[in-house]
Design a protein around this ligand. Structure first.
Ligand code: NAD
Ligand code: TYD
Length: 375
């Protein structure tokens, strides 16, 4: 074990920083630690969006590099050239439905890509010219590695056995095991966090919450898989970032921490809540009615009229719930946003930031939606 790095000494490589949570993390970190060095490495897949980092580009200590985490030479060069001693690893293929259609990319990025980062970190931080130097490898994972819960089951704990059900979850589970093995075998200073479903700004509109918001604005169907009674434990993305920051600051080497919001909702209830909040917003705001004439409110209808039951996701996990007692007790973590507040903030953000999402709704996206929700 090495002395833990203080936050002031951390020089970060953030992988996947142009994605949803990675971008939120970059904003969170630079707001709190403006002097820090932060290099983003992101392959800019369909889910990566440089526009999410626009206000950070050009700031002192911030650098964006377009590249693949599977590119060992690039990762090694970035670590050496910028004397980076901390990796915060978000980069992944992250959408369960895509993993069902095309698992290959998930294995490549989530498993092999994570391994490439671990190899480069080991070479640079353990076996470099100065020998072992203070460092941290923080791996961002998901609660989906634990599988599914029945209604009466207790929430996932860090010692809940892994039982991944989708190719996405299996690939994340494999990456968690690799991180663990590099700590155990080589002594790499790793930590892992397993978080529940996030929501908030910069969320790509293939995931439930942004998809529902944008489909309501455009008068498109709201696809509910199966009976809509599947339960997720939703956390505002900034609260996830806070949890990661606490682990970086005080988390114990080799440990994993669950992060969650004690906020279980059935999908159908979330969709209904968003419908209600948008109906209210449109009732109060004539300008919104002008901007989005396809929204049902503009034709005297409730947004709920768009709800459309579609074929269930194969192998759909019924319930996720996180027991976040360990991170609360050890690191003083508490989520700061109540759900109603977080979801209002999220809706407002999407209403204000059409400049961010409009370019994403191209032909490719429309074709993908059609493919998903037929039937
Ligand atoms: P995202 O899909 O929005 O973003 C992923 C980012 O990784 C994109 O910017 C993409 O361009 C980049 N990327 C993909 N492949 C890459 C590669 N080979 N090399 C470099 N960059 C690559 O994902 P997200 O929702 O922000 O999730 C981030 C992390 O958090 C993932 O590891 C995910 O498993 C985990 N997680 C997500 C959630 C959630 O609710 N979204 C919950 C728990 C954990
Ligand atoms: P999603 O946002 O894809 O996250 P995850 O699968 O990682 O939990 O989906 C959240 C829940 O919403 C999940 O139970 C699947 C469901 N869902 C729908 O019912 N309709 C949709 O169009 C989408 C994208 C998801």
């Amino acid at each position: 074990m090495t002395e833990p790095l203080s936050i002031a000494d951390m020089r970060l490589l953030v992988t996947g920083g142009a994605g949803f949570i990675g971008a939120n993390f970059c904003h969170y970190w630079k707001q709190r630690y403006p002097q820090s060095t932060l290099v983003v490495l992101d392959a800019l897949t369909y889910a990566g969006n440089r526009a999410s980092l626009k206000s950070l580009e050009g700031q002192e200590g911030f650098l964006f590099v377009a590249g693949d985490i599977n590119d060992y030479a690039l990762v090694e060069r970035l670590l050496a050239e910028h004397r980076l001693n901390t990796i915060v690893h978000f980069a992944a293929e992250s959408h369960v439905d895509r993993s069902i259609h095309d698992p290959d990319a998930f294995l490549r990025t989530n498993i092999l890509g994570t391994h490439t980062l671990l190899q480069a970190a080991r070479k640079q931080w353990l076996d470099g010219p100065e020998g072992r130097i203070p460092h941290r490898f923080h791996h961002i994972s998901t609660d989906e590695v634990y599988g599914t819960l029945r209604p009466q089951d207790p929430a996932f704990r860090e010692d809940t056995p892994y039982a991944p059900n989708s190719p996405y979850a299996a690939s994340k589970a494999a990456s968690d095991h690799l991180v663990r093995a590099y700590q155990h075998t080589y002594g790499l200073a790793t930590t892992t966090s397993n978080c529940s479903n996030n929501y908030g700004p910069y969320h790509f509109p293939e995931k439930l919450i942004p998809l529902v918001i944008l489909n309501i604005l455009h008068g498109r169907p709201l696809p509910i898989y199966g009976d809509g009674q599947q339960i997720r434990d939703w956390l505002f993305v900034e609260d996830h970032c806070q949890g990661i920051a606490r682990i970086l600051e005080k988390g114990r080497e080799g440990e994993s921490y669950n992060i969650g919001g004690h906020n279980e909702w059935a999908n159908l209830d979330i969709v209904r809540l968003i419908c209600r909040l948008l109906d209210q917003a449109f009732a109060e705001d004539a300008e919104l009615r002008q901007r989005y004439p396809q929204m049902p409110a503009c034709h005297g209808q409730a947004a709920e009229s768009l709800i459309s039951y579609v074929k269930d996701r194969p192998g759909h996990d019924r319930r996720y719930a996180i027991d976040a007692h360990k991170i609360s007790a050890e690191l003083g973590y508490q989520p700061q946003h109540r759900f109603e507040e977080g979801i209002r903030k999220t809706i407002d953000w999407y209403l204000q930031r059409s400049d961010w999402w409009q370019p994403l709704l191209g032909e490719q996206y429309a074709a993908w939606l059609e493919k998903q929700y037929v039937g």
